[in-house]
Design a protein around this ligand. Sequence first.
Ligand SMILES: Nc1ncnc2c1ncn2[C@@H]1O[C@H](COP(=O)(O)OP(=O)(O)OP(=O)(O)O)[C@@H](O)[C@H]1O
Length: 756
Amino acid sequence: MDDYQQNLLEEKEYLKNTLAVIQKELLREQEKLSDKKRKVIESRRDMWENTGHSGRDFTRLTEMNQYLLDVNHQTGSYYNTLQQVEKYKKIIDKPYFGRFDFKEDGCDLVEPIYLGLHTAIDSATQQVHVYDWRAPISSIFYRYELGRAAYQAPSGVVSGDVQRKRQYKIHGPELVYFFDCNILINDEILQEILSQNASAKMKNIVETIQKEQDTIIRDRENDLLIVQGVAGSGKTSVALHRIAFLLYDGLKSNLASHNILILSPNALFNKYISQVLPDLGEENVVQTTFDDIAGDFFAGSVQLETRSSHLEAIIQNQTESERNERTDAYQFKGSRAFVTLLERLIWHYEHRLIPFQDVYYDGVVVETRQQLKNRFLNDKAGMPMAIRLARMEKTILDKIHPMQKERLKKLEPIVAKSEGHELEIKPFSRLLSMKEAKTFRERLRTFSRINYHRLYQQLFLQPTLFFSLARDLNLPRDIERIISATAEALKKGQVRYEDCAPLLYLKLRIEGSHFFSDIKQVVIDEAQDYTPMHYEVFKILFKDVKYTVLGDFHQSLERQVDGSIYDDVVQSLGIAKIIKLFLRKGYRSSYEINRFARHVLGTDEDSLAFQRHEAEPHVVSFPTIGEMDEAVLEEATSFIRQGFSSVAIICKSQRQAEQVYHRLSSKAPLRLVHPHEGTLEKGILIMSAYTAKGLEFDVVLLYGADKKTYGNDLDRRLMYVACTRALHRLHIYHSGEKSPFLPTQTEPFNADSMQK
Ligand SMILES: Nc1ncnc2c1ncn2[C@@H]1O[C@H](COP(=O)(O)OP(=O)(O)OP(=O)(O)O)[C@@H](O)[C@H]1O
């Protein structure tokens, strides 16, 4: 028997034993589960039977409390076992995917370490058959080739020699094949994974995590981890695996899923990534968007523009000057200079603008305007301004409380004398007194409550105030136009997207915030989409948290930015222990699509593409829009017939996507995708480039890439985002003169070369 045959026999034996252990442990956990379920039901029944009639009996409340504690404890334990059962069920078909043999320094034994989605231990012998991919020792698999290696164990660094590395394909649960590799994760498996069709939900990448990705996933040293990664380099995947790692590590760091928050671009993206953590056996974490946060803070009081409406407005602006007005406004209102301006506004409001008034009650001066102001300015006690004002309001109300009785006594003779109320002197006097108290409170609130919208509006309605506060700050050239456009919108009760973060900043700085107090880890994806103003808001919203911030400045839409955006992040968040890492290799798109996209972007910055070769992208020209429509539809259906599961027709704007959809939807099954609703499905989808951001499709058909539609820098970045969504095929259609960002010479369009 040769070596391979010998190894095969051994591996088959190991798999058989491991499966037997998993089966045994699964049965054990299932028995525990039914036992725990029975106990929970019994305890609940006992609780209701023994305490159900004692609602008003305070002596029995403690008893009820004890029952509740027990029931909660048992329910928690039931769910832990349930999670364990689910984990075993997940690994029964594929218990592991890799192995390395490790000889620890100072030990004679070479131990085979098998890696899988979850740990499998024989509870009888305590033998570990499979290590969780997140276990400290597992990092060796991702980081080292054969030879010297080390990992960080809880007790310190453990070093030794890696003597073998092996990867497996196990299916159903048969050993399909295995092979030894002496390098990092073998390209063959990665090739196979990356050449598959895109799925409607993001997938986990545990089997093929790359060394540089693993470094990010396992970092525990830093409080702010910044990742700049090219399109398709795995930023979102890495962020989610990092969360799974932190939760695994959670026992030490006391971290649970509700302590982690992911800030992502929109609801569609949230749904797209929602499967990864459950796949990894973890519960989903808090997922939100900036739009949702702003909406919660200003619920119903003002009309907030969403990010997609803002992008749509910028993209649709026909004239350069209209577009510049909005992008300049966004840039300025997101800048550090505007943060300074708002800080000055807050100071100015505190010292000059609060409309303090003399407070009278029943003809008596309770406090003079000056007394109130002095007391307010001297009583800082580290509290936010709104809280200090609310305390002042309460003190005044407490002061007049005893005076109200006297006032009532005075009101009764007056009412007695007034005609028509002789028979209801007391109730009518009380009613009058209540009305008076209401008016009194309303007067107080003219200075004790702050209308943030009005305060912010004041800044733009009074240009002299604006310019006096903006002294020595860098202002954009069209500031006058920005001021008047903002004033117009605010007067109509509309808050443009670029005003949402400043308005929220104002509110949070004046009021403080106790929301998100559970959050300990914040993951910010698409970091380039947030301005310094946003990061200032995050700093107030999330206290004592650690951050993972991932972005790609090439994919910034409304602003042209570079790597310095991360300096802004550091400065705004004010965190000292930071690390900045780079992901330079794109895994999503084929080599040809990657190369094409770099051409569109017009940069030869060092970015690498994974060598997965497929058909060259095509640029096709049509004499009319009608012919372009027909070709797009024909190609889309043909790609589906060829076995690609998702074909995205990407338009520049949502409006264009809707128009194309209305023209084509009666001829083929198309789905129009909105950023705020729905889920991604297989088939032919149609959407705007900004909706497609963060997502991926087997085939991208970029619609209408003419010079007029894609002519400026923003258009160039939109086109780059659209092109980098494609895994396998990229076709670009235009009618009229081609966009200058497209290559001048491309291969002729050839339908035969598209066979998958
Ligand atoms: N190590 C890996 N193994 C297998 N697939 C990977 C790996 N890294 C990334 N991928 C795949 O590459 C694709 C892109 O990943 P992801 O969406 O996380 O990248 P991204 O950097 O967030 O992209 P973008 O910024 O363009 O939205 C996904 O299909 C992901 O599964």
